[in-house]
Ligand binder design. Structure first.
Ligand code: FPP
Length: 256
């Protein structure tokens, strides 16, 4: 018998504070319709808008979307170039609307690999929305979890070399403060669409205690209804953070 069966709890975790999504399946969505893959990515960008809208309305604090991984450069050059254009055009079209909706945009990843125009567009969006207090929309672009940990280690090392900190002061908190997501809560709910069940080098450090939800739905078909299903699944999970089911059970009982 599992711990959860021995110590049953009617759990309601409430809404997740931070949802992280790998938006997989755009290419297959297009191929099923005998269309070029980029049409799937365009449909994927429309799905992004709906999901962002839902998160704003539901007062979710952070939504992180994996738009382009460090490994996606390995795709055919034409697809990479079209994805960059789509990213640029989406930012162009959405920056003002995001600002109006009080959304704070944050792009994480190695941005120096992008064209100067795209880098400028990202900087414009981040600067315009930096003081907004609604949804924080994190776009991971040219991002990899390994990269994130390396760049954090480099920043910490620079401080040690400059004599600002001792190596003995390296703690989990210190590393966390130097990750690209510094200041944000870790994801509570991770969703991957498209049927694959892996993390693909997304927020590796940050997903340590995240609840995972996998669905075969292809990203362009992912809508508010499918998001609600994922959130419902999250709400009723027993989150133990290393403790036993008995401890969680007793803690819940004593708080009644
Ligand atoms: C994975 O599907 C998806 C991507 C690599 C790109 C994601 C981009 C978008 C959803 C559109 C733009 C987003 C923003 C935030 C502007 P895949 O191509 O690997 O699909 P497949 O597994 O079916 O081939």
């Amino acid at each position: 018998m599992s711990d959860a069966e021995n110590f049953p709890l009617v759990v309601d975790n409430g809404n997740p504070r931070h949802i992280a999504i790998i938006m997989d399946g755009n290419g297959r969505w297009a191929q099923k319709r005998f269309m070029p893959r980029i049409i799937g990515h365009q449909a994927g960008a429309k799905a992004v808008q709906k999901i962002v809208e839902y998160c704003v309305n539901e007062k979710i604090e952070v939504l992180s979307l994996f738009a382009f991984s460090s490994e996606n450069w390995r795709r055919p050059a034409e697809e990479v170039s079209l994805l960059m254009k789509l990213f640029n055009a989406t930012l162009q079209a959405q920056i003002k609307k995001m600002h109006e909706k009080n959304i704070r945009l944050l792009c994480i990843g190695e941005k120096s690999a992008f064209s100067p125009d795209l880098q400028a567009k990202i900087a414009e969006g981040e600067t315009l929305t930096k003081d907004n207090t609604g949804l924080t929309l994190v776009i991971a672009a040219n991002y990899g979890g390994h990269w994130d940990m390396c760049q954090a280690a480099q920043k910490v090392m620079e401080k040690i070399v400059a004599g600002q900190i001792e190596s003995s002061s390296i703690t989990e908190e210190l590393i966390q403060q130097h990750l690209s997501t510094a200041g944000l809560p870790d994801p509570d709910l991770f969703i991957r669409t498209g049927g694959e069940q892996r993390i693909s080098n997304f927020l590796l450090w940050q997903l340590a205690y995240t609840e995972f939800y996998f669905t075969a739905t292809l990203w362009p078909d992912f809508d508010q209804q499918t998001l609600v299903e994922a959130i419902d699944s999250f709400r009723h999970r027993q989150r133990r953070f290393g403790r036993t089911g008995e401890q969680i059970f007793n803690q819940a009982k004593s708080s009644l």
